[in-house]
Design a binder for this molecule. Sequence first.
Ligand code: FAD
Length: 469
Amino acid sequence: MLVTPSVAQQVSLSPAAKSQEDKMASQTLVEQFRQDIGNVSSTVDERQLRQKSHDFHWYSPVLTPQLQNCLADVVVQPRSEEEIAAVVVAAVKHRIPLTVRGGGTGNYGQSVPLKGGVLVDMTGFNKVTAVESGSIRVQAGAVIGAALEAALASGQQLMMYPSTMRSATIGGYLGGGFAGIGSVRHGIIRDSGMIQSVRIMTIEEPPRILTLCGDDVGFVFHSWGTTGIILEAQLKLVPAEKWIDCIATFPTYGDVIAFGNAAFDSDLDIFLLSAVERRFGPFYKRLHKYFDGSRDAMFSMVKESDVDRYFALATTFNGHRSMAVSDTQSAAANLRRIHETAFNHTTLMALQVDRSWTYLQVVMPNPYEPKLAEEQMRRFGDEVLMHHEYTKEKGRCRIGGLPLIRYTTEQRLNEIMRSFEADGCMLNNPHIFKLEDGGRFDPEGRKMAFRASVDPMKLLNPGKLRSLS
Ligand SMILES: Cc1cc2nc3c(=O)[nH]c(=O)nc-3n(C[C@H](O)[C@H](O)[C@H](O)COP(=O)(O)OP(=O)(O)OC[C@H]3O[C@@H](n4cnc5c(N)ncnc54)[C@H](O)[C@@H]3O)c2cc1C
């Protein structure tokens, strides 16, 4: 018996509150869906449903209990545009939610299927389609590291990538990311000019394929998969440089920040500028020889020809040259690569040692005075460890703090957030799973209007947009 769309719509696919009757109805629905998608790879295996329904939201002790029971009803892994279209058509026919997933490295449950339904694992759709002079075309499920390798083979490189580039996908980075290694040189994703165009599929019968260029690429950027399925992206490439992994250490964290501010304003060619205080030392086991916890540090990737000038500048802020290694030297010595110590990998290294840490995302006031960093360290004591990433936004320095927080209660976490805000910092709260709550989302309403035009039945990642819940 075919379940009609109106009946299907009434069936709660959320695992939490399924009655036996609901369960049977949704199982029937899922079976019909699987028949309709024909040869597209799919599974209802419990272990795989659980694995693919979760991302890195376990970073947050606030999100973990809220999301841990969310489960997809079926996972599909399409390998071509035709297969993605077959999934869309069947989901539209049965009005089943669709949640798109890349590498599942998002930290706020962006790809957790809040209302069950179909989890679309894009990692089977993963070809580098073309590498040209100045640009690369990549299918959305391609791992970013693979795109970087393809670019490097042509003497070019990506403008930026997340520290998760070995497991995160292009589609996931555009849909859920914000900045990364390279953002101090080229800016955050949004205003870097990195995304030249994207092809997306709409959620309707029949699905349309749209190509977005210029400002319109912003419709899919950081939209958590609610504004169409990204199929392919064309990204700008720049000439490849030889980057050297550098560590400079300093007697105080204020010195690290003062040096970072000066390095940002200098003409040094720098691809990463990541400040970490000494109490992170015990978490950096494979770099212990160079960062042993006795001094605060700046972790950087610096153009080979600028390395000596970089350390000369550090000296003027009481800095010491601690490490400067090429890719080959780093691999030969089995060192942790610098890009895997930065952004949220810093947090990950701490969590791998002690799960009672969590973190915040804070934009520091501009200019960021070293004395404020030191005052905050005094105020919070052992409850907060400092880590800052230098990036660029509209040509200006943007310092993002990713402090580690010793978690006690949600109330105390909120108090710490308010304390940062009182200093003029802007919070991008990572302990939320509603898109609008994370910061400024779509203030002019253009994105929401676009969303309605590409997903009129509101099937994409339902529950993530407060305004649609
Ligand atoms: C250790 C660690 C370090 C990190 N470092 C960084 C960093 O340096 N910079 C940064 O910006 N982020 C960082 N993040 C967050 C995350 O890794 C990145 O945003 C990453 O690029 C997400 O890619 P993914 O393939 O894992 O996406 P997923 O987590 O699978 O998905 C992210 C979002 O994008 C949507 N999505 C996925 N594919 C598509 C598609 N084809 N079409 C439409 N929507 C889609 C999903 O629905 C979801 O909402 C880090 C996270 C961790 C855990």
